[in-house]
Design a protein around this ligand. Sequence first.
Ligand code: F6R
Length: 245
Amino acid sequence: MNLDIFENYAELSDKASDRMIRQLIDNPFSLFCLATGDTPRLTYEMFVDKVKTRGIDSSGMFLIGLDEWIGVRPQTSGACCRYLRECIIGPLSLDDSRVLLFDGVAVSELNECSKMNALIEEKGGIDFTVAGIGMNGHIGFNEPGTSPNAVAHVTVLDELTRRVGQKYFSDMVRLMTGITVGLKQVMESRQLIVMANGERKAPVIKRMLGEKINERFPASLIRNHPTAMLMIDREAARLLENGVV
Ligand code: F6R
């Protein structure tokens, strides 16, 4: 893993969107696995803008959602699938046949996992993942203690994830479980960018880089990824000295 520190959120988002653009140009049929949340919002906005203004053909790309809240209807604001539809799928007019998002209210959650696992396998793995980092070090909904060998699975959300997750919803929702692409699939992603911005992420970044690589803090596992880029802004890097802990 490499670390890149940017002046601010705008610069971080600009450079992250450039990486997505480079991936799309190099392989127009790339399988992208995308997180939602506050962190990548501007990255996706810039990515869409660059695709459009540069006339890049995005019709071949395939998009999967990294995770979803179980029990949250797709049309609810706060649902990960709604976010990806509004930020990327809609603006780029991606065909439904090139998108796979977890359905948080599906009859069978296990079937959702099987579909995702089968697709990732059929495509020969993920080409490019964009991930954020939770306040507890989660990647997607791979919560502390998740096995590094996990593929797509249903997970009981950590207390902190449930609490912090309320920020995405205008009304109180009951967040108990989630569904996520597994750590193994994320770690096997050919390209992986993990992003963090803002002061509140500074202790998280410090732990991610400072602690022994361990499953109790899933983000630390990213350090083992050969090509991963940890892209953060100055505020998130505040507790690092000389770019390291
Ligand atoms: C969301 C996801 C989560 C978030 C993480 C950081 O799809 O995968 O792991 O990336 O919780 O969220 P923000 O960016 O809102 O701080």
